[in-house]
Write a protein that binds this ligand. Structure first.
Ligand SMILES: Nc1ncnc2c1ncn2[C@@H]1O[C@H](COP(=O)(O)OP(=O)(O)OP(=O)(O)O)[C@@H](O)[C@H]1O
Length: 253
């Protein structure tokens, strides 16, 4: 049996701060299975970031439910939700939002130690292993202005993984990178996925989306279609991207 890590039913988000209120996502039913790599695509403003925020517990839906490992996130108190975010979810954004006064390593450690304050030695060992695995151990004692954008984003992925989350959420993780740094970061995410982490990512980038097991398309807040790509292999990279672009064309994107 394949385990559902995330399951949303009837997920709707309306921002009431606008006049009239803006309904951004409508009735989203989505199941993400354990170990899956899911990408959400859609035009700018279609609701990708909003969907990611609501699925990951960063924001609450106006209606509908999100279950994470069987637990209804929408029923949790704010405090319980923060704990789930800190210990069970990892986040990678377009910009890494690191503290300028700390080294790369200390930035990564900070979040991990907050998640598991009583397991200091194990956390430090895990963070050092992650920095090593993703090729940034040698620059880990540098400040954040002394490394490349690709290295910084790899550090952000280490930070997101340091508490061993069950799901890694990524919102345009390569959006601020040139193409060689972007493929560096995509290679890291592919390794993370192979290690067994579930990934849910929003992106415009077809090279990025071609790495996923499955791509869903959001139009005006509605999930309108799904493309199953299966497991990534470098040999099939070009064919996968061709299939993806053909699918997007059929959707009239
Ligand atoms: N806090 C908010 N209050 C009101 N409207 C909002 C708020 N946040 C987002 N929106 C609106 O919701 C819609 C969807 O935004 P969202 O950022 O989810 O889209 P997106 O698909 O991620 O866009 P992009 O690809 O440009 O990042 C947009 O029209 C946006 O203006």
């Amino acid at each position: 049996m394949t385990l559902a890590t995330l399951e949303s039913r009837g997920l709707t988000k309306t921002y009431r701060s606008t006049d009239p209120p803006t309904t951004v996502i409508t009735g989203i039913d989505l199941t993400v299975t354990s170990g899956e790599y899911l990408v959400i695509m859609g035009a700018s403003g279609s609701g990708k970031s909003t969907l990611l925020a609501v699925l990951s517990g960063m924001d609450r839906p106006t209606s509908g439910t999100v279950r994470h490992d069987g637990r209804d996130l929408t029923a949790l108190t704010d405090e319980a939700m923060s704990r789930v975010r800190l210990t069970r979810m990892g986040y990678v954004f377009q910009q890494p939002y690191f503290l300028a006064t700390l080294t790369i390593r200390d930035n990564v450690l900070l979040a991990a130690l907050k998640a598991a304050p009583r397991e200091q030695a194990a956390t430090i060992a895990r963070v050092d292993a992650l920095l090593d695995r993703f090729g940034i151990a040698a620059i880990a004692e540098r400040g954040i202005t002394q490394v490349s954008g690709g290295q910084l984003q790899r550090a952000a992925i280490c930070r997101a993984l340091a508490a061993e989350p069950s799901v890694l959420f990524a919102d345009e993780p390569t959006g601020a990178l040139n193409s060689s740094m972007s493929s560096e970061v995509l290679d890291v995410l592919t390794q993370v996925h192979r290690d067994g982490t579930t990934i849910v990512m929003a992106t415009h980038d077809t090279a990025c989306a071609a790495r996923a097991d499955r791509v869903v398309y959001l139009r005006d807040g509605l999930l309108i279609d799904t493309l199953a790509l299966g497991r990534w292999s470098q040999d099939a990279a070009d064919d996968r991207e061709v299939d993806l672009v053909a699918w997007l064309r059929r959707l009239d994107v």
